[in-house]
Design a protein around this ligand. Structure first.
Ligand SMILES: *[C@@H]1O[C@H](CO)[C@@H](O)[C@H](O)[C@H]1NC(C)=O
Length: 969
């Protein structure tokens, strides 16, 4: 959270106040980005441009396991500089391409992947590299349909499937690793084209007298120092930027590289008619009050891009931790060119071969892990504000929620709980009894989340700061010796260097809720019901360049801040989430919300879309951002309006958006009016209450979707192209999406005064309106329908063929619903079948990893002239067929958790789209059930309109056991 009007700030740092785009660099204000774009402009201007990088075939060496080869690489421009190339194929077909300078003056930062990856990837066992005169290649894959080819002269890496190019590295000749040099001889000796031509095979294109000028430009541009606004970056290492072009022939759409306030389908930034003038930027930054349509950096950076077409999806993960700019050009309707320009680091690119979105998620998950299964209560509603001012305020807010019977799970405290913003230390004037306050919240089965930021007030009376100093853990200034000092909420502050292993165990001790044996600080004034919000971890520094840390600051291992800036925030949330997990006697699932993130951050908790504005544009772009984050691994993101005072109409719509986001938190700036749902007037209050109750009724659907995300990487908020990868009409859709694999399709309304909404339905499917049970059919071309969307209506549909589990008894919080009965909505498809899943466990411990779970499949299928609805154990099925990675070695359908919910029954089944009134409905082996039927349109027919509805009342079957219900025609 970031203030515009705090008095403290006004006095301390006026420079950071006027936050507008000019606080942040454009490409033309960043030396290395200018150089990268100039390189690409020169390439475009030379019709015969060729990359000067080539593989030295004589140096080629294939490892004994056959999967990896290494080779030397030369640059015709700098014949004396040596580079090393390493290419390996993983056992799932991912190709990793690494290139670094060898024997240079210094070492390039090469640790980005090590922070992102969960483990060293397994190497393929069935690779056979074939070395030719011009290239080295390998064919692999189950169908031997994938081929990777590394060409020597110039160096390119191409991935083919079925003989078609999918991904090409350096196809446009923009690969460039600026080598380390000495300032004195920064200007290289001229290499004339004649000399270069002598170097083996170099293309004849080099007609210009000065090769350096031809490739690197006439002028040296900001190689050794640059200024931005009032800040000077000393750049003692000189130039070391990394440029690589990645082309996706045969793929017309690209997605990913969050976080930007922009469309899901990434737009053109360069060439003839760019939509944006600047490349997409990845540089974690506190871009508060950000623009609603821009390539500017936001709080997190995930350098992952999907490329998609109707018959193929491929992806790349460019493991770089420094600032990176990405130009995109849609060179034709069916092809996309990208250019990645990074400030420092080695080339370390992972090419994911797909060929479906599902495969991409599996491949990316094997690299960086999945979202951990969250605690179930964290999917409930979170009430946040900067700030609830006292313990009494928290108690009063909780009381109001209860009086109005509005569900809520978590109350949040922003920075003002902490005395002088010394995190962990309560401001005793306003929070005299933090443990009692937390216990009062917990007594109503709710939790608290409290902010812990990474800026530590520099005062010896603050034990957290003092312990960090004593241990030598503070990030250093450019001299590498002196502790860095900057300004943040706490005034003069220091930042712990979480790249230093000595910080890791220490940080965990701070969160222990009991007294440690020595004088060391531990958080005795907290309980295991307190969870954590890590904010400002980009890091945000009010008096730093671009409101962050100077790039020449020094971290553990001597690395400069510039090298690892985008990774920095991830380590903080990693360690915090570990600390929360192990603080008590029994490890429990953590909840840590982080603002800054990198590839891999999904393992450590939730993130949100940062300090947005309470405007319709921000509400709309928030949905797109949630989708973009979710394809880069983050199942867990939220939406809310931070600044401004949304009117009741906007607030109601925003609650709809939030209730259909994986993470659902309301938040508000300190200067905004109070806007807790109970403060609304009718009819708005009732509307918001209904929305919240709907969210709670759907928690089983959300939790089941999170189970899937936590094992397969498939996103909870699922974009259309992921759900329907062959439906070209849906490739740019980012204002409607699906919830996991449930079949729920939602289209939040984000326009003022809307009365109706248009929803796109993919080809050859049935959809049922969730509220009216109206049935729609889409033809082979797909279709758009217009539905009523008054303020109390949300366009929400069930895909024919789905079964949804819900809990229809409104309660005050999610934890008290754990033993509530289940309702099933069976939405038949045209062949009168349907399927769905329900996943349950204790919601808080790690016992699920030992098989303490209930995971059911519900299905409906034709049986004679009627249908049969049944429930089966899914874990057993998956263990038998190894369909996905259920990491269970032992599993017993009668496990203790399953037994603990054996009395939880199905209390109602609604069947939509049945052909005719049944003659009987029975549980197999039981007597006739009570049921009601109202006639209407049937799924197997041709008509649209109000669907038939069979309601089976209280079949009294257990959710944890097998059963079969026969509906006879
Ligand atoms: C971060 O998290 C992973 C687990 O996902 C762990 O193995 C690693 O050691 C952690 N620590 C740091 C400092 O990144």
């Amino acid at each position: 959270m970031r203030a515009l009007s705090s008095l403290l700030l006004l006095v301390a740092i006026p420079a950071a106040l006027a936050v507008k785009s000019h606080d942040f660099k454009t490409c033309s204000q960043a030396g290395f980005c200018r150089r990268g774009r100039a390189l690409s402009a020169r390439a475009a201007a030379h019709p015969q441009w060729t990359s000067p990088y080539s593989v030295d075939a004589d140096s080629l060496s294939i490892s004994s396991d056959q999967a990896t080869f290494t080779a030397g690489v030369k640059s015709a421009i700098y014949p004396d500089i040596k580079f090393g190339l390493e290419v390996r194929v993983h056992d799932d077909g991912v190709v990793r391409v690494k290139m670094d300078e060898v024997g240079g003056l210094r070492k390039r930062y090469d640790e980005a992947a090590s922070w992102a990856l969960i483990a060293e990837p397994k190497i393929s066992k069935d690779i056979q590299w074939t070395v030719g005169t011009k290239d080295i290649r390998a064919v692999y894959g189950d169908k031997k349909d994938v081929e990777v080819v590394v060409s020597f002269e110039p160096l390119t890496v191409t991935l083919y499937r079925n003989g078609k190019e999918q991904v090409v590295l350096n196809g446009r000749g923009l690969l460039h690793l600026e080598h380390f040099r000495k300032k004195e001889d920064a200007k290289p000796e001229e290499v004339t084209s004649e000399e270069a031509l002598e170097s083996e095979g170099t293309q004849q294109v080099l007609k210009t007298p000065n090769l350096h000028a031809w490739f690197e430009g006439e002028e040296e541009d900001a190689l050794w120092e640059e200024t931005f606004s009032s800040w000077t970056d000393t750049k003692p290492k000189g130039p070391e930027s990394l440029s690589i072009d990645i082309t996706f022939p045969n793929h017309g759409h690209v997605y990913g590289i969050p976080q930007h306030a922009s469309s899901l389908d990434l737009r053109t930034t360069t060439g003839e008619s760019p939509y944006y003038t600047d490349p997409y930027r990845l540089y974690n930054a506190d871009t508060f009050e950000y623009l609603a349509d821009s390539t500017m950096s936001l709080y997190g950076s995930i350098p992952v891009m999907h490329a998609h077409s109707a018959d193929s999806t491929v992806a790349v993960f460019n493991a770089v931790g420094s600032e990176t700019w990405i130009d995109i050009a849609h060179s034709s309707v069916s092809s996309t060119e990208t250019h990645w320009i990074s400030e420092s680091g080695i080339l370390d690119v992972f090419i994911m071969p797909g060929p479906t979105p599902k495969d991409i998620f599996a491949q990316y998950t094997r690299l960086t892990g999945t979202q951990a299964l969250p605690a179930d209560w964290s999917l409930g509603y979170h009430q946040c504000r900067w700030n609830y001012v006292s313990s009494e305020d928290i108690r009063a807010v909780q009381k109001k929620f209860d009086e109005e019977d509005i569900p809520v799970d978590v109350f949040w405290l922003d920075i003002e709980y902490a005395e002088e913003h010394k995190y962990f230390i309560w401001d005793k004037k306003n929070f005299p009894d933090p443990v009692d306050m937390t216990n009062d919240v917990a007594a109503s089965s709710r939790k608290m989340v409290v902010i812990i930021d990474p800026h530590f007030k520099r005062t010896s009376s603050y034990p957290v700061y003092q312990e960090a100093v004593d241990r030598g853990l503070i990030v250093k200034q450019k001299d590498g010796q002196t502790d860095y000092e900057g300004w943040c909420w706490s005034g003069s502050s220091a930042w712990v260097d979480f790249f230093n292993p000595a910080a890791w165990d220490w940080w965990k001790t701070l969160f222990k809720t009991y007294k440690l044996g020595d004088d060391k600080f531990s958080w005795t004034e907290s309980t295991e019901d307190v969870f954590i919000w890590n904010d400002m971890n980009e890091p945000s520094i009010f008096n730093g360049p671009e409101i962050s840390m100077p790039r020449d600051n020094i971290h553990y291992g001597g690395w400069e801040h510039r090298d690892l800036h985008n990774i920095n925030g991830m380590l903080f949330s990693n360690l915090t989430s570990q600390a929360i997990t192990v603080r008590g006697e029994v490890p429990k699932r953590p909840f840590v919300l982080t603002r800054a993130f990198y590839a891999g951050s999904q393992r450590f908790g939730a993130m949100w879309t940062g300090d947005n504005l309470g405007t319709w544009e921000h509400m709309a772009v928030g949905i797109k951002m949630v989708l973009a984050n979710s394809i880069a691994g983050f199942a867990f993101t939220d939406v809310g309006g931070f600044f401004g005072n949304p009117d009741p109409e906007m607030l109601v719509r925003w609650y709809h958006v939030g209730a259909f986001s994986p993470f659902f938190r309301a938040h508000a700036h300190i200067d905004t009016k109070r806007r807790e749902p109970y403060l609304l007037d009718e009819p708005y209050k009732g509307m918001v209450k209904d929305i919240l109750r709907r969210r709670y009724s759907m928690l089983p659907i959300w939790y089941t979707a999170f189970r899937e995300a936590s094992t397969t990487g498939l996103p909870v908020a699922r974009p259309h192209y992921v759900a329907f990868p062959k439906d070209e009409a849906g490739f740019s859709l980012d204002d409607q999406y699906f919830i996991g694999s449930s079949g729920l399709l939602v289209k939040p309304v984000t326009e003022k005064g809307a009365k109706e909404a248009t929803v796109y339905l993919p080809p050859n499917e049935l959809f049922y309106d969730y509220d009216s049970y109206n049935l729609y059919r889409s033809p082979a071309t797909g279709k758009k329908i217009t539905v009523a969307a008054e303020l109390d209506q949300l366009p929400l549909f069930i895909l024919g063929g789905s079964i949804l589990p819900t809990r229809e008894r409104p309660r005050r919080s999610s934890s008290v619903m754990r033993h509530d009965p289940i309702t099933l909505q069976v939405a038949l498809d045209a062949s009168s079948s349907a399927r769905g899943e329900l996943y349950l466990d204790d919601g808080v411990t790690f016992n699920h990893q030992q098989g303490q779970i209930v995971w059911r499949e519900f299905s409906a299928e034709k049986s004679g002239k009627g249908i049969k609805i049944s429930s089966r154990d899914l874990t057993t099925q998956h263990l038998a067929s190894a369909v996905d990675s259920v990491a269970l070695t032992t599993y017993d359908p009668a496990n203790a958790f399953a037994q603990s919910i054996s009395s939880v029954r199905v209390e109602k089944i609604a069947v939509l789209g049945l052909g005719a009134k049944p003659s009987s409905v029975k549980v197999v082996g039981g007597k006739e059930l009570e049921w009601e039927y109202s006639s209407g349109v049937s799924a197997s027919g041709k008509k649209e309109g109000s669907s038939s509805l069979l309601v089976i009342k209280d079949p009294a079957v257990s959710v944890a056991s097998d059963w079969e219900i026969v509906v006879q025609a």
